[in-house]
Design a protein around this ligand. Sequence first.
Ligand code: 5GP
Ligand code: ZN
Length: 116
Amino acid sequence: MADGDCIFCSILSGDIPADVVREDEHTLAFRDLEPQAPTHVLVIPRRHVPDVGTLAVEAPDEVAPLFAAVRAVAGQEGVADRGYRSVFNTGAEAHQTVFHAHVHVLGGRAMAWPPG
Ligand code: 5GP
Ligand code: ZN
């Protein structure tokens, strides 16, 4: 299931350290190395799939736990009431740089719209 060339699989296996804020059976959440907001956490499925849409096709039962983890992280980070943004970059033109599905959870500052 793990991909030997994948940074996030290496974080899941413990080969690359990360600032983990939450984990459960299906997901891991850790702080982004280059935070774009006061709160910037990445929530990833333990399963190696390239993007969230593929997770929905290959393991639909693991999608709800991913969203539940996003909600839990927002709560424990104290941004749930103010509001936070969940971002799924899918594909190069959308600025996906790591091809292991992940949700950016961004909060702690006002967000602009439309996104850049
Ligand atoms: P993407 O651009 O694919 O949507 O998001 C990938 C994110 O992963 C980027 O925000 C980048 O800063 C973060 N990232 C890349 N490598 C590492 C790493 O080794 N550790 C952590 N914590 N974040 C990483
Ligand atoms: Zn991976």
